[in-house]
Write a protein of this length. Structure first.
Length: 486
């Protein structure tokens, strides 16, 4: 019997059918062995066994069927577990692929809930903002204070519409604490009906694009206003020629005690002042002729300050700092002296009646290749060595709107001002191939920086310095400025 059962069991996990073992020579060991091989029941031959056999067989069949159901369920469960494991592995691979993709793209990537709480951010986001990704961070907390209202408005509109939206905002870069413009693009992540709304978004750095747009607008503005100013100045200058010529001729032909002599003197002096205004307009328009000559830049700086020192109120302290070792450079002394004088006067007028200080500084500066540079003249600084002239004041400073207007002709914040001082500065600097940078904030004073290319003066034997005209509008260099409008 056991041999037959072993043959039936061979190659199988279970016996193929319900088996009841009926034996006349069995003992306990045989019974145990039979049960291990899968026999449903074990019976010894005898009168009692013949009566119980049918019931035993029926019970064995029932238990065998139950065993089969259990086996089938176990096999089904194992198959389901294998399927779930395959799905889990696939989801893991897909999630890992998305993570790799999110880490590889140059944007700052994030997902957030309907309140703007960031649930996931790629490493670029945390490196840029310097925030810890171990706790929930609100998108609003990353934005500049002036951009939060616009961000909240767009976010609410997106919640109502359920559609994608974009908004421009500034994010602070942890590396240097600089605020940089970014374009935030956001799309809703599909979820089940009762699940909370989630958003997928990116921040794309558009700082350089913003700078380029601003530079283009500035160039267009300078070109258009400069063309107008230059035309007006030429026409006005032609009129002044006749007025000044007639007044001078009349003065020469009348006696000193003539009743009209005082009035003629007033006409001549007024015409001369008007001629100075036209020269400043021409300077703004870039219509002045610049002659290059070797110049000691430190001496020019002191001369420009000394020329206006008497016009500065006593309660304003004027400090001059010049770095040693700056060689003579190719520039125009007269026009550069006017630049220094106009910037110092502008700083003094910005301070006004309050006690304050003006700091004029001269040094060398190296502009590295690829380093972003601001320039109100609308172009980037090229890499190289520059001479830096800086005029800073302790005045009330300027807001962003005022900084955009200070170089416009006739723009002034003072009742008695003409608004041509800074306009002439930008025209002269542009003609010298320089550039201007302005930094200022309300309540924090202003700083104007002018950078001129360090072209060392090299005497040329036999060269006539008076005829080396340098209309340098194409060779652009740098300047920095911050102050109230003159």
């Amino acid at each position: 019997g056991l041999q037959m059962i072993r043959l039936m069991h061979e190659g199988r996990e279970f016996l193929p059918c319900a088996v009841v073992m009926l034996t006349g020579i069995g003992n306990e060991e045989i019974a145990v062995e039979a049960m291990k091989l899968g026999v449903m029941d074990y019976m010894a031959k005898g009168p009692a066994s013949s009566q119980a056999l049918s019931r035993t067989v029926a019970s064995a069949v029932q238990r065998f069927r139950l065993q089969q159901e259990i086996v089938e369920q176990r096999l089904a469960l194992e198959e389901r577990n294998r399927e779930l494991e395959a799905i889990r592995a696939e989801l893991f691979d897909e999630k890992e692929n998305y993570r790799i993709l999110a880490e590889a793209i140059p944007q700052l990537v994030w997902t957030a809930d309907s309140e703007g709480g960031i649930h996931y951010g790629n490493q670029r986001l945390w490196d840029f903002t310097g925030k810890a990704h171990t706790r929930l961070c609100l998108i609003e907390s990353l934005a500049h204070a002036d951009d939060k209202a616009g961000l909240q408005k767009k976010w609410n509109e997106g919640l109502l519409s359920g559609g994608a939206f974009e908004v421009e905002l500034r994010l602070r870069r942890a590396q240097d604490q600089a605020w940089r413009w970014h374009l935030m693009r956001t799309a809703r992540i599909p979820t089940a009906e009762n699940e909370p709304v989630r958003w997928f978004g990116t921040f794309t750095d558009i700082e350089e694009q913003k700078r380029a747009q601003q530079a283009l607008r500035q160039r267009e503005k300078l070109d258009s206003v400069g063309l107008l100013a230059g035309g007006i100045a030429h026409d006005f200058n032609n009129l002044l020629v006749g007025i000044m010529g007639g007044a001078s001729f009349a003065i020469d032909t009348v006696e000193a005690d003539h009743v009209a002599r005082p009035m003629l003197d007033i006409v001549l002096r007024s015409s001369e002042r008007a001629a100075q205004l036209t020269q400043q307009l021409l300077a703004y328009a870039g219509k002045i002729e610049i002659y290059l000559e070797p110049a000691d830049i430190a001496r020019v700086l002191h001369d420009g300050c000394n020329a206006v020192r008497g016009s500065i109120a006593r309660h304003i302290e004027l400090k001059i700092e010049t770095a040693p070792g700056i060689p003579p450079i190719e520039t125009n002394e007269g026009h550069l002296r006017q630049v220094v004088a106009n910037l110092v006067i502008n700083a003094a007028e910005a301070i006004g009646e309050d006690a304050g200080a003006i700091r004029v500084r001269l040094e060398r500066e190296t502009v590295a290749d690829g380093k972003p540079q601001s320039n109100v003249l609308g172009y980037e600084l090229s890499a190289g060595e520059y001479v830096l002239i800086e005029v800073s004041d302790s005045g009330p400073g300027m807001d962003d709107q005022m900084k955009e207007q200070i170089f416009d002709p006739f723009f002034t914040t003072k009742f008695t001002g003409r608004g041509l001082g800074l306009a002439a500065v930008q025209g002269i600097v542009r003609a010298l191939g320089g550039a201007i940078r302005v930094s200022s904030a309300t309540g924090r004073g202003s700083t104007f920086q002018v950078l001129l290319p360090l072209r060392e003066a090299v005497p040329e034997p036999g060269a006539d310095r008076n005829h080396q005209s340098a209309m340098l509008g194409g060779e652009r260099n740098g300047i920095e400025a911050s102050d109230a409008a003159s």
